[in-house]
Design a binder for this molecule. Structure first.
Ligand SMILES: CC(C)(COP(=O)(O)OP(=O)(O)OC[C@H]1O[C@@H](n2cnc3c(N)ncnc32)[C@H](O)[C@@H]1OP(=O)(O)O)[C@@H](O)C(=O)NCCC(=O)NCCS
Length: 167
């Protein structure tokens, strides 16, 4: 007897691409999916940034920033017709040695369920897969603990880092 190869289709594949992961969360009625492949809608991203209280940036700049990012990760509330963007993070970098994480956000309605932690773990796993072993980020002061609890080291004595902001 010839058996068909085990080819049970992954229903999430067509929506979220190869590089996706289902997030375990306490509320089992929802499916939350992290994806590197599903295209980020700029308006949805703006709504997410509004929801976490960030000031708006011109969409043409955001579009370019995303295009030039090393990776952009969306966190989606799964829906077969219209997945909703409920979290986001992106990285810039050279793709082999060093990267910087930016714009980490989880929509307030979905915070406190471990999704921010899973989002960061997903980002770091992807960077590690690329061979990147030096990762930085600039935490807002009120979020330092969120990163510290995940093993991020604080920049020692504030001696190593320099900022330049356009006047
Ligand atoms: C920071 C953020 C991404 C965390 O997302 P989240 O899904 O709520 O995070 P988690 O549920 O995985 O939280 C993990 C732990 O960090 C803690 N934590 C979450 N947000 C925190 C914060 N702002 N400050 C300190 N600790 C925080 C949680 O209490 C939890 O602790 P526990 O494991 O002891 O319960 C989310 O609060 C957010 O989007 N905030 C607004 C945007 C922002 O400030 N982004 C960071 C810019 S640097």
């Amino acid at each position: 007897m010839i058996r068909a190869p085990d080819s049970t289709p992954d229903p999430l594949l067509s929506l979220y691409g190869e590089r996706h992961r289902l997030c375990p969360i306490p509320n089992s009625e929802l499916q939350l999916v992290l994806s590197l492949d599903r295209q980020i809608d700029l308006i949805e991203l703006e709504q997410l940034c509004d929801a976490v209280g960030w000031s708006r940036r011109p969409l043409r700049k955001v579009r370019k920033a995303l295009e030039h990012s090393l990776l952009c990760v969306g966190l989606w509330r799964h829906d077969t017709r219209l997945p909703k963007l409920v979290g986001f993070a992106r990285c810039t970098g050279d793709g082999v040695v060093a990267a910087t994480v930016w714009d980490v956000a989880v929509h307030p309605l979905y915070q406190g369920a471990g999704l921010g932690t899973q989002l960061m773990a997903f980002v770091l796993a992807e960077l590690q897969g690329l061979g990147v072993d030096r990762v930085t980020l600039f935490a807002d002061p009120h979020v330092v603990e969120f990163y510290a609890a995940q093993g991020w080291e604080l920049e020692p004595l504030q001696r190593r880092c320099a900022f330049w902001y356009a006047p």
